[in-house]
Design a protein around this ligand. Structure first.
Ligand code: AGP
Length: 614
């Protein structure tokens, strides 16, 4: 999504803002812009460019604008096409107020009509521009700056985080937050502003996360924080450790490759962390041991890859904890009938901890005073702050838009959690939990070794061969069905190959008509004998119709292996962990196809890492 970065202080702002935007660019990359207050002319200066941040950087070669107050933005288009005109910052009529914004102003049509009737002239198709114009008119009618802000936020509907730089207030900047995150890094005679602290990682470890529905007036050495009614709020400054090093490619061609190859380490770290936290786990998760003992049902919520992890984990909770688990697609959740039940628990799963749909689902449950928790990879995320409790996957920063190690560590944590709940309920013993941890470490080894075994052939032979296909079908059963969904998502997302996924049993109910030699079929096997036999029949049905089969099979599944046009054989692991064992290889295969096709792997077209709009 969009990212905002700002600076106010003793130094010039442009280098910092550009560096911050570069770190956050993976979240949105349709256009970029920068505005600053010129120390010479005392006027707002700006530059904008369509496309990547590098296009904006080129503009500075001719016009090297800079100042001690600066704001910048990278955009992921929601309102208006990707163009220089629609790039932020946006301005009021007199170009005395500049705004960069992340989020959506939902009532912008209505506000725009009113402002146009009052002679305001708009230059872009964005919802953001109305903020600058509305603020312009409110500053004229209100006696105090604060009064104008309170009126401004009372009129804006939606989710937003914005920074405002004003020519007439040359010593301060305004930050406003509702639902979208915004934070301030406190330095020595300087303040770093951003939609994510990653934007200023390494500059300071003192961070103020703006509470929801608050605004801040910031100078180089002061912060005044208010709620939306204008009442003062205390400054809850936290010390946060963010290492920028983790965000570098470390010699790999793409972040995605680096992150695929980090999975063994990430799984080990996650298991190690959970093992150490086992004694305090219910405190961390914001529930009691009694609550877990009484627990009748678990609800998992997420989007995209996190939803797929939840779909696989449904089997963990049902088969290990012997209780029903329900998985909710967070983007649909709030629009479905809701039935309140007792002894249920809601867990929001999200790599970023910021996905708007998941966050809103979490907020809905919170508002009903039902128990919630989040499983996320980002300690400083909004979900961690808002959920009743949290568990952190230890994947380390995931930069590539396509989720890889976040997915495998989500599966790891959910498998562990299912065992930990089962232990609390007296279904398994302490040593069973220990064995589950060992099983996870074994799978981490398998995940890494299978990539190692096949990587040469994939990179040099098969990626080339399969890059030519225009579409693919993905099949699985039981846990391998949601895994097939995740695999199809990966192929769509980074290689732009149309991929359709079905539970293998559904094949004969329609999709079989699509089978031809031009549509490879990825089939993901299972170690359960009954499920394996059913998958084998499905593979035979495909073969009998001249289909082309790419099979991920387990050791010893000879009949299935013999049907394959291309086969990957994976060592046997605990059956429920089959998807985790296949994860690295599937990701590496898809990555290699996308590379062969010359796709923008880390930043696929139209996508963003953190989807902070609904
Ligand atoms: C995964 O490869 C995708 N980029 C996407 O589906 C992602 O998983 C989804 O947007 C949810 O993100 P989250 O885990 O940060 O909530």
């Amino acid at each position: 999504m969009c990212s905002v970065v700002g600076y106010i202080g003793k130094n010039y702002s442009r280098a910092f803002v550009m560096e911050g935007l570069a770190r956050l660019e993976y979240r949105g990359y349709d256009s970029a812009g920068f505005a600053c207050l010129s120390p010479e002319s005392h006027r707002l200066l700006y530059a904008k460019a369509e496309g990547r941040l590098s296009n904006l950087a080129k503009k500075f070669e001719q016009t090297p604008i800079d100042g001690h107050l600066g704001i910048g933005h990278t955009r992921w288009s929601t309102h208006g096409v990707s163009s220089e005109n629609n790039a932020h910052p946006h301005f009021d009529c007199e170009k005395r107020i500049s705004v960069v914004h992340n989020g959506i102003i939902e009532n912008h049509h209505e506000l725009k009509s009113k402002l146009q009737a009052g002679d305001h002239v708009f230059y872009s198709d964005t919802d953001t521009e109305i903020v600058a114009h509305l603020f312009e008119s409110l500053l004229l009618t209100h006696q105090t700056f604060k009064g104008a802000i309170v009126d401004l936020v009372s009129q804006l509907e939606g989710a937003y985080a914005f920074l405002v730089l004003m020519q007439d207030f040359p010593d301060q900047m305004l930050l406003v937050r509702k639902r979208s995150p915004l934070c301030i890094g406190i330095g020595d005679d300087e303040m770093f502003l951003g939609s994510d602290l990653l934007g200023f990682a390494g500059r300071t470890d003192k961070v103020l996360f703006l509470p929801d529905e608050s605004f801040a007036i910031v100078t180089r050495d002061t912060i005044q924080l208010y709620d939306f009614k204008g009442a003062s709020l205390p400054l809850n400054v936290q010390t946060v450790d963010v290492r920028w090093m983790d965000f570098e490619k470390q010699g790999h061609e793409h972040y995605m490759l680096k992150e695929i190859l980090e999975q063994k380490r990430a799984i080990h770290d996650t298991v190690g962390f959970l093992h150490g936290a086992s004694g305090q786990i219910w405190d961390l998760l914001g529930v009691s041991s009694d609550f877990i003992k009484q627990l009748h049902k678990i609800n998992l919520m997420g989007c995209g890859t996190s939803w797929h992890a939840a779909r696989i984990a449904q089997f963990f909770f049902e088969e290990i904890c012997l209780m029903p688990a329900r998985v909710h697609l967070a983007s649909e959740f709030r629009f479905m009938p809701f039935f309140t039940e007792t002894n249920t628990w809601y867990i929001a799963i999200s790599q970023s901890g910021e996905t708007a749909d998941t966050l809103e689902a979490l907020r809905m449950i919170n508002s009903m005073k039902l128990p919630t928790a989040t499983l996320t990879n980002v300690a400083s995320s909004t979900m961690v702050r808002e959920a009743g409790g949290f568990l952190l996957t230890q994947a380390g920063p995931e930069v590539a838009v396509a989720s890889t190690k976040a997915f495998s560590t989500q599966l790891t944590a959910l498998y562990w959690l299912a065992h930990r709940i089962a232990l609390e309920k007296g279904i398994i013993s302490e040593s069973d939990l220990g064995r589950a941890e060992e099983d996870l470490l074994v799978v981490a080894e398998v995940l890494e070794n299978t990539i190692e075994n096949y990587k040469f052939d994939i990179a040099n032979k098969w990626a080339k061969q399969y890059a030519h296909y225009k579409r693919a079908i993905f099949l699985g059963r039981h846990t391998s069905y949601p895994f097939a969904m995740e695999s199809a998502l990966k192929l769509k997302e980074i290689a732009y190959i149309f991929s359709q996924c079905y539970p293998a049993g559904e094949l004969k109910h329609g999709p079989l008509a699509l089978v031809d030699a031009e549509t490879p079929i990825f089939l993901f096997s299972h170690q359960d004998e009954l499920i394996y036999q059913k998958l084998l029949s499905n593979a035979q049905e495909v073969k009998a119709r001249g289909g082309h089969l790419i099979i991920f099979a387990f050791d010893g599944q000879t009949e299935l292996i013999e049907l394959a046009n291309l086969v990957f054989v994976i060592p046997r692991v605990k059956p429920l962990l089959g998807p985790l064992a296949m994860t690295g290889l599937m990701q590496f295969f898809v990555y290699s196809i996308a590379k062969e096709l010359g796709c923008a792997i880390d930043k696929p077209r139209n996508l963003a890492k953190s989807v902070t709009v609904e």
